[in-house]
Design a protein around this ligand. Structure first.
Ligand code: MTE
Ligand code: MO
Length: 376
């Protein structure tokens, strides 16, 4: 069993699959903390968790066409200035279970908690690339930074992904080679001893158990870069899909979710109101400027209060915003449907429904969040 050596997990996590291990936190817990505790941070593994000895760990950095590569131990990496950023990491399939209701899609049946917000500490990718000999002249020649990981499938193929070079070398890109999560060494499930944190960018590019960095003129050839994590038209099916025709997902679109109350539970009305809590986030460092909530099908929209607004400056809003709202309930209401939508600093907002954003792989699930509850 290639998974026999996987780490132990907290029993509070809600598994979506066991081998490989995938799990999300209970939604209602997620919004209790601006910083998600490591134990309840969602886990998305495609492969068995590699068993890496930090004392012999090596990270190789190659610039295509240059003979010499740079090899760094964990200790070497810790000699670089240490940066700490707070960033939300979200799976492209977060909230997939809602899209599936329109028409089945292929993928893990994620609820709204395949997301978390943590502080990440480590070396700056930009500074490590400089050390490896990347110069300003090279920036016209190379277009992508590829990441190869230490987790492999049965054929020995490693997980991999890439990001555009501008994100890696931009001073405001904040891409970190992280060895700490919330002030402690990365837990094994989250990439021990080193992972890439690409803030504002889809989870899939935040490569865990990092083994190699390649500065290249091309994107990663990995399955997960080329033949997965892409969006398509609602009319594209598995017979007609051509993965070469869509760009790889990088920055994620604006999204929000209601985490309290939990769907299909009974909610207490207090002074004619019910309390609703959730998160909102947008990729690419966009801020959240507003969250609108309704429980009368959009006749009346209530602007949510920000309980914890991402404190960073534009364009580095890497963290989610936690919000809440007291919704007035009409006397005699037995059942309510609550909707939420967020607006980001480009005034982009969420699509109304899943029908017209449906895609065969169930990614980019950012339609209005709609939940039903009973009231008493
Ligand atoms: N990196 C490696 N090496 N292997 C993986 O399976 N999964 C990716 C990404 N990095 C993955 C990986 C995906 S799809 C997501 S959503 C995030 O890691 C999840 O990060 P987390 O498990 O720390 O929450
Ligand atoms: Mo993911």
């Amino acid at each position: 069993d290639p998974y026999a050596n996987d780490p132990k997990r907290h029993s509070i996590l809600k598994p979506a699959s066991i081998k490989p291990f995938n799990a999300e936190s209970p939604e209602q817990l997620l919004v209790e903390n601006f910083i998600t505790p490591n134990e309840i941070f969602y886990v998305r593994n495609h492969l068995p968790v590699p068993d890496i000895d930090a004392s012999t760990y090596e990270l190789e950095i190659e610039i295509e066409g240059k003979a010499k590569t740079l090899c760094l131990s964990l200790e070497d990496l810790k000699q670089f200035p240490k940066y700490t950023i707070t960033a939300t990491v979200m799976c492209a399939g977060n909230r997939r279970s809602e899209m599936t209701k329109v028409k089945p899609v292929k993928g893990l049946n994620w609820g709204a908690a395949a997301v978390g917000n943590a502080t990440w500490s480590g070396a700056s990718l930009r500074e490590v690339l400089e050390k490896a000999g990347l110069t300003d002249v090279d920036l016209d020649k190379y277009k992508h930074i590829q990441f190869e990981a230490y987790d492999t499938d049965a054929t020995g193929t490693a997980y991999g992904a890439s990001i555009p070079i501008w994100k890696a070398v931009d001073r405001r890109g904040d891409v970190i080679l992280a060895y700490e999560m919330n002030g402690v060494p990365l837990p094994r499930d989250h990439g021990y001893p080193v992972r890439v944190i690409v803030p504002g960018v889809v989870g899939a590019r935040n490569v865990k158990w990092l083994g190699k960095i390649i500065v290249s003129s091309e994107e990663s050839k990995s399955h997960w870069q080329q033949s997965d994590y892409k969006g398509f038209s609602p009319s594209t099916d598995w017979d007609t899909v051509d993965y070469s025709k869509s760009p790889s997902i990088q920055e994620l679109p604006v999204i929000s979710a209601i985490c309290q109350p939990v769907p299909n539970t009974t909610v207490k009305v207090e002074n004619g109101h019910i309390k609703v809590k959730g998160y909102a986030w947008s990729g690419g460092g966009q801020d959240i400027v507003r969250v609108d909530v309704t429980c009368d099908g959009g006749k009346t929209w209530h602007v949510a209060r920000f309980d914890h607004h991402d404190p960073q400056t534009h364009p580095q809003h890497w963290s989610w915003t936690l919000w809440s709202c007291e919704l007035p309930v009409a006397q005699g209401d037995k059942e309510l449907e609550i909707w939420a939508k967020a607006v980001d600093s480009s005034y982009n907002t969420q699509p109304e429904s899943f029908e017209n954003i449906w895609n065969l792989r169930g990614v980019l699930n950012n339609a209005y969040h709609r939940i039903k509850v009973k009231v008493e």
